[in-house]
Design a protein around this ligand. Structure first.
Ligand SMILES: [Ca+2]
Ligand SMILES: [Ca+2]
Length: 224
């Protein structure tokens, strides 16, 4: 989005320059022609002294042209910058995620490139002033993740470590039962206590072994 507005700004400025140049050009030509005509006429009728005086008049006209152009250009630039600032201010409240987080609807996520256990991933996220993701919009997060991962699954911020079978997000919300894939959570081998998000499934959540080493998603809480 920022790139788009920078391009729009550049386009607006270029448009202003072209307009200013286009409108100023006939004026320049007209003034130069008038001045030259005046020089010729007065030199013919009034002699050398008159020619000198008219040359001074022509030079004065030529000096005033750049000043007029500069004024128009400054006005156009000021107008374009003010419009850019208005647009930036309007969109800032929905796009403000601190680097390196990305906005997904109204949440800020970061995809961990390294593969690590759930607890190490959580430590990594907390070191980035966030935590493992507790997405409100889990299918928007899925859409964001598709094609960005080395494999299909990532760790997210949900666990039943405190009480087997009692799942909640790290932000305290209960997990929607239907967000688990069919047959999940199954606590396979009795050791699956950490939530993974599988982008290849229709319903995306699965309980996994917390010691698996996979990619993960951090979230930065806006306004938190
Ligand atoms: Ca479990
Ligand atoms: Ca499972």
């Amino acid at each position: 989005m920022v790139i788009l507005y920078v391009l729009l700004l550049a386009s607006a400025v270029m448009g202003a320059v072209i307009n200013t140049t286009t409108t100023a050009a006939p004026s320049v030509t007209k003034k130069a022609t008038t001045a030259a005509s005046s020089v010729t006429k007065e030199a013919t009728t009034e002699g050398t002294d008159a020619t000198t005086e008219s040359n001074a008049t022509a030079n004065e006209s030529a000096d005033s042209i750049p000043t007029a152009m500069t004024g128009s250009l400054v006005a156009a630039l000021t107008n374009a910058i003010n419009k850019y600032l208005e647009v930036t201010k309007a969109v800032d409240h929905v796009t403000h995620c601190p680097y390196p987080y990305s906005i997904v609807l109204d949440e800020c996520f970061y995809i961990g490139r390294q593969k690590m256990s759930w607890i190490d991933a959580r430590t990594h996220c907390q070191g980035m002033k966030g935590d493992l993701a507790s997405p409100n919009n889990i299918y928007a997060l899925k859409a964001f993740l598709i094609d960005k991962l080395d494999s299909a699954a990532v760790f997210v911020g949900a666990t039943d470590q405190e009480k087997e079978g009692s799942w909640s997000w790290l932000d305290g919300r209960n997990i929607v039962e239907n967000d688990f894939s069919e047959g999940e959570p199954n606590n396979h081998k009795g050791i699956e206590n950490c939530a993974g998000l599988d982008t290849e499934k229709v319903r995306v959540l699965n309980d996994r072994d917390c010691s698996d080493h996979i990619q993960f998603v951090c979230e930065f809480q806006l306004g938190g």
